[in-house]
Every structure is written in C-alpha cells, then in structure tokens.
Design a protein around this ligand. Sequence first.
Ligand code: TRP
Length: 364
Amino acid sequence: MEKIILTGDRPTGKLHLGHYVGSLKRRVQLQNTGDFDKIFIMIADAQALTDNFDNPEKIRQNIIEVALDYLSVGIDPAKSNIFLQSEIQELTELTFYYMNLVTVSRLQRNPTVKSEIQLRNFEASIPAGFLCYPVSQTSDITAFKATTVPVGEDQLPMIEQAREIVRKFNSTYGDGSDILVEPDALIPQNSICSRLPGTDGKAKMSKSLGNCIYLSDSEKDVKTKVMSMYTDPNHIQISDPGQVEGNAVFTYLDAFATDDDFPEFCPDYKNLDEMKEHYAKGGLGDVKCKKLLLNVINKELAPIRAKRAKFEKDIPGVVDILKAGTAAAHEQASATLAEVKRAMKINYFEDQALIDTWAKKYND
Ligand code: TRP
C-alpha cells in the first residue's frame, strides 16, 4: 500500500511556535525522509469558515500567511502538494455521503468539538456545519487515501472519527474489499511539544489569548515577548529558590534547547539540567534564562525568517505553488470520489446494466 500523508491547518491566523513544535517541524522531517509516496498539506479554509462564517475576510487574508509559513519552515513544493481545501469540490460531496454514516449524538460527544463549542459560546446555537466538521475532516483525509496524519494531540478525536467512518463505509459498501483507508495519527513524541504553553504560562498558545510567538515575528518582537514571559511569580530576588515546573521559560527551553546551545549561548552550564538545578536552588536570575531562550529561539527562527523574506517578494510565485498543489490534490480526490460513488452504486450513468434493467422492466 502507498504511504500517503495528509494534514493541514485552518487559516485563521499566522502560525506560531506551538504549531511549529506540535506539527510543522515533524512534517518537514517526514517530508525529507523520502519514505512517503505522496504528501498533501491542506490550507483548511472551508473548515475555518465553520466557525468564522461571518468573517470570510479574515480567512482570505490568512491563506497567504499560512502558505508563507509552510514554505518558510521548509515544506518543499517539489515534495509536498500544498493546496486549498475549498477548491476541491469533491471533499464537499464526500462529506454529504459520509454524514449518513455518523449520528448526531456521536458528533456531540467529540471532545475537541465539545470544548470548541464552549470556547465559542455556541452552546445555544451550534451551526450544523460546525458540528459536522469532523465529518468534513474525514473527507479531507480519506479523499487522499492518507495512511498518516501528522497533527497535534487535540486532533486525535478527529482521526478516531475518521477511522470509524472508514470502517462503516467499508463494511456497508465495500462488498468484501476496503475502498477507504484507515488513517493513523502521528502526534509529537514528547508531551511538551504536544501542548506548548503561551508566553503567559497559560495552557495553550492561542491567538485569541494574545500569548503567541509567531514564526513570522521579527527578532525585536521575539525579544519583547520573551523578556516579558511568565516565570515563577515567587522568584523575586535572584537568590530566591525558583520553581522550574510550570515555568514557561523552562518549558520552552525543554522544547527548543539542546546541549550544543550551552557552550554557544550559556557556557556557565553544561546543559539544561544543570541550569534548572541552579534555578531551583536559588542564585540564578530570570533574565539570564530568558537570554538563553531568546538566543535558542532566534537560532531556530533565523533560517525560517530568511526563507519567508524571499517568498514574500514573490507572492505570485507562491500563488502558482498553491495552484499546482491544488491541481494535484484535485486529481487524487476526484479519483477517490469516483470509487466511492461506484461502491455506493450511485454512478447511474456509468452503469449500462442498470439502465438495461430499467428498460427491460417496461419493454419486455
Ligand atoms: N482541524 C485541523 C486544525 O484545526 C485542520 C484540518 C482540517 C486537518 N482538515 C484536516 C488536519 C485533515 C489534519 C487532517 O488544525
């Protein structure tokens, strides 16, 4: 069986460090292993509209931001097809048929959807499109026969939903063979990367909380954000013992710093463990830790910024990349839709035997 990756992001804002450690970095690594036959990276604009239907302009503006973020972290259009979800009409058609294979109560039990409903105060009036977005996400995945879906941990319920629909589809319409492929999620190996906190120490980096460091932030922006990061509120004097756990600066260092960074940026310590030990004992100030973090983040972001600057100068070229990726995606999705319709026996005009039966019924 071919190994195929499908994944994507809603274009509701620029991508940030949480996206980077949670998924983007891994995608680039997977892309560069050469282990995959096909890779599709989707800008999920249609899904973004399920909770931004009244603000299409926001989505319009962020499509190019997400495309630039993808290209600047190293998604390579020669290896990965970057495409726009709304351009692939087949996805909508698949969703309509898949909706018959899932119950409303099952959708209401989806933990990610549940918490998003709360977050958006949708309780009293959930748009049907929003409730059904896990079904649409199943179409995104299955249209490409994806075997592997690299995502953040919060997307696990979506993959589970997709697997259920695939099984139901295959058992209902497969006639003994598997038409659709059950995907596997690929989540970050370490829990810090699964859920990078915001610069304010809150559980999640999120645009609405204003606690993000964006991949497109300038060195100056990053400096301001890192220097005002949440640490241990009880660590007032340098000599005070400090708390490492729950201290966002150390959480970020866990996610980004390697032993090699210490001789370069902070030669007083051999590694992060030594630094943490000193902080916990007392005698190490926040500013020193933040300076290390700033260096480490900038080291990671410098090549990304440089690449972004190049692509920003050629937006029509970026649009051409999206068009080419979309054409490739369209070809694959339309082949799958044809197979699905054949399996469901709703390919009437293709089916001469059926037409003959119709005719026979009245003309024998
Ligand atoms: N739900 C994903 C997010 O919010 C975006 C997405 C849409 C997606 N369709 C997908 C991710 C298919 C993986 C596979 O980020």
